[in-house]
Write a protein of this length. Structure first.
Length: 378
């Protein structure tokens, strides 16, 4: 880029700055409305990515294959004795039964996840608790956690340490117990487990092993970890689409706003373009001016809307978390960690900024190609 070109663009930028200052009220109102629209969409996009990231991170530690028992088409308790027949299938390296359950605590408005970790050395009156759950209940290691049993009584557990949790959402719900304490709280009978976890020798044989399990045990459902990850991603994307549908009003407002911009410039703006052409400005310079104006407004609105969305998710738990996560109202009020990638930011930028740029530049180009005398007489 030559020095002459740089001076020309510097002159255009100086004019754009003055133009924006002259119409600062109009530009400020546009930025506010535009920024609020971007904010609404950014909250959905960022929150969907954060929930998907936490779910995928949690599933990375899941077994390669999980086998569930089905009864009347629904998930049921599986006999632990069935594990022996599954481990005899060619390709299965090892297996273990898993004990976990959802535990509703209506008194505190929470749904906890009770887990018996493999090889646990916990006594029947001990528990490990996630740090977020301890923070909400105001307890710590050495203090007591009181839970109701399935029979209607209560049991006290001494918190011995933090429960290992890979995500913030998990730490808000997890309680690790001994097997005896778990069965007392949930009422799960001896000899039964929630599901069975299998390890395979060759991950490429997962589909074949799942087919063998289905043929040998028609009442069992094998779930491959990679399929579960894909399912979670699809579900979160679908739910985000539902929420965007609920936000259709601001989206339609933005569409109408962009359409109004594309319909043409005001008489004052057309007259200004005619004067610029009359004093020697070229069509390319006028287009550059309109591009700079549109960029200044749209990028400011984008930074404002996206920044406020990230800040809102970082400091609070918006109501749409339950709609996207799919949990009941008993889910604890904790917000997921905000993890936004370049892809999500680029997608949001393309969907919100590019239409505004096109809608602003096209009428500017149409006005710039008209004879300046006709424009100023209009």
């Amino acid at each position: 880029m030559t020095a002459r070109t740089l001076r020309r663009h510097a002159r255009i930028l100086a004019y754009v700055r003055g133009s924006l200052e002259r119409r600062w009220r109009k530009n400020a109102s546009v930025v506010v409305v535009y920024g609020l629209t971007i904010f609404a969409l950014a909250v959905v996009v960022f929150l969907t990515q954060s929930l998907t990231g936490e779910a995928v991170l949690r599933l990375h530690g899941a077994p390669e294959m999980t086998v569930q028992k089905l009864s009347a088409g629904r998930h049921a308790l599986v006999p632990e004795a069935d594990l022996a027949s599954l481990t005899r299938i060619t390709g299965v390296r090892a297996g273990q039964s898993r004990l976990w359950a959802y535990y509703a605590d209506p008194a505190r408005g929470e749904t906890l996840v009770l887990v018996v970790p493999p090889g646990t050395a916990l006594r029947d009156d001990e528990a490990r608790v996630g740090w977020e759950l301890m923070r909400r209940r105001g307890v710590g290691p050495g203090e007591l956690l009181v839970l109701r049993t399935a029979a209607g009584g209560t049991r006290r557990f001494a918190i011995v340490s933090l429960a290992r949790a890979e995500t913030e959402l998990e730490s808000a719900t997890v309680v690790q117990l001994s097997e005896s304490a778990f069965r007392a709280l949930t009422g799960m009978p001896e000899g039964f487990a929630t599901d069975l976890a299998l390890l395979v020798r060759n991950p490429r044989e997962l589909a074949t092993i799942a087919k063998k399990i289905t043929q040998a045990h028609p009442d069992m459902r094998p779930i491959v970890r990679e399929e579960l990850v894909r399912t979670y991603k699809s579900v979160f994307n679908w739910r985000s689409g539902v929420v965007v549908g609920l936000l259709l009003v601001p989206v339609l407002a933005f569409v109408l706003f962009a359409w109004d911009k594309a319909a043409g410039l005001s008489a004052e703006e057309r007259r200004e373009i005619g004067i610029l052409k009359a004093v020697g400005w070229e069509t390319g310079e006028i287009l550059a001016m309109k591009c700079y104006e549109a960029l200044a407004v749209s990028v400011t609105a984008f930074v404002l809307g996206a920044g406020l969305a990230g800040l809102a998710l970082a400091v609070s738990r918006p109501p749409i978390v339950s709609a996207l996560a799919g949990w009941s109202t008993l889910y604890p009020a904790v917000a997921p960690a905000v993890t936004v990638g370049a892809y999500e930011v680029a997608t949001l930028f393309f969907l919100t900024v590019v239409p505004y740029l096109v809608a602003t530049v096209i009428p500017g180009w149409r006005a710039a190609t008209i004879d300046p005398d006709l424009v100023m007489r209009a």
